[in-house]
Design a protein around this ligand. Structure first.
Ligand code: NAD
Ligand code: LMR
Length: 334
């Protein structure tokens, strides 16, 4: 029995993500929460012939508590998306409060659930969830994940384009580490399962790195005021959620990059900190998932000089983003 929850389920990501979760037979219960429209989305999905029982809730009648009670996995795409000209950090003002309130609901109703945060800016919203759970005395660093899978999905796609064969994309694995915005997104292309063409021109390499780091902007620009990535994000979010569910069902050896608290694995964190040359409270690296959540945080491994430079640019920006998230809770007057 697996109960999955989507918070923000009526939105651009929420609806297709809920569809993908409903299509997974491992999920037996699917609860959808939003401030609007969830009864309709739930009624629609409920007609699909897969095992999950679907229910939709609104804030009225303590809907958040009903949604979250008994949850094993909670995915959070609630919040506003970017418009052209905005950075993800510009979303903080609105999304920080939304994520804080939802995290309080999680602390109260399903403190042991695996929590997967999609709402931007992920580099700061994950620390917000952690600080709320800490404040409520229920923080388990092994069970909180920032979803950075879209960066990994983009890297696979863009590398396959360079290799001239899109059919390879499903097999291409590129570790993408750091965080989830601009320069904090660091693709380790030297560790790609499918190497780049030998002798690739520096300019082509730089363009590829830039496209992975700023792939989100490409979509925001193309949608021209209509929001940011939703369908590719739903695909990526479902891919990560399915890995988490397989791990919690007992499957071993599942690896996926995710932005996690380094408190989740002291040994892994020590090795990573040595590589980074600075202590960070959160970082996205390859994570081995286990039945209790994060089983192991992998070190970065051998890096090229170009990758070391990218990491050096990412670290101070990440440190700033993390502090912004932490301060939002610890310095709140409530
Ligand atoms: N992590 C990533 O890789 C990634 C990728 C794409 C988008 N995002 C982020 O995901 C978020 C959602 O994007 P979207 O395109 O789905 O936006 P959207 O506006 O289409 O949907 C957001 C939904 O959240 C709901 N919502 C707002 N406040 C809420 C609350 N208090 N409780 C529950 N639901 C609430 C809205 O009603 C809406 O249905 C944005 O912050 C966006 O930047 C992250
Ligand atoms: O770019 C955005 O604002 C949305 C998301 O983080 C993305 O990477 O597509």
């Amino acid at each position: 029995m697996v109960k999955a929850v989507v918070l923000g389920a009526a939105g651009g990501i929420g609806q297709p993500l809920a569809l993908l979760l409903k299509s997974n037979p491992l999920i037996t219960e699917l609860a959808l929460y939003d401030i609007v429209n969830t009864p309709g989305v739930a009624a629609d999905l409920a007609h699909i012939a897969t095992p999950a029982k679907v229910q939709g809730f609104l804030p009225a009648d303590d809907g958040l508590t009903k949604t979250l009670t008994g949850a094993d996995v909670v995915v959070i795409p609630a919040g506003v998306p970017r418009k052209p000209g905005m950075t993800r950090d510009d979303l903080f003002k609105i999304n920080a409060g939304i994520v804080r309130d939802l995290a309080n609901g999680i602390a109260k109703s399903c403190p042991n659930a695996f929590v997967l945060v999609i709402s931007n800016p992920v580099n700061s919203t994950v620390p917000i969830v952690a600080e709320v759970l800490k404040k409520q005395g229920v923080f388990n660093p092994k069970r909180l994940f920032g979803v950075t899978t879209l960066d990994v999905v983009r890297a696979s796609t863009f590398v396959s384009e360079i290799l001239g064969d899109l059919s390879l994309s499903k097999d291409i694995v590129v570790p993408v580490v750091g965080g989830h915005s601009g320069v904090t997104i660091v693709p380790l292309l030297s560790q790609s399962s499918h190497p780049l063409p030998a002798g690739i021109a520096q300019a082509d390499y730089d363009t590829l790195v830039n496209r992975i780091q700023f792939g989100g902007d490409e979509v925001v620009k193309a949608k021209n005021g209509g929001g940011s990535a939703t369908l590719s994000m739903a695909y990526a979010g479902a891919e990560f959620a399915f890995k988490v569910i397989r791990a919690l069902k007992g499957e071993k050896g599942i690896i996926a990059p995710s932005y996690v608290s380094l408190e989740a694995d002291a040994e892994g964190a020590a090795a990573l900190t040595k590589e980074l040359g600075q202590e960070l409270a959160y970082f996205s690296s390859n994570i081995e998932l286990g039945v209790d959540g994060v089983a192991k945080i992998s070190p970065l491994g051998a890096l090229t000089d170009a990758e070391k430079t990218l990491i050096q640019a990412a670290v101070p920006e990440l440190a700033k983003n993390i502090q912004t998230g932490v301060n939002f809770i610890t310095e709140a007057r409530l």
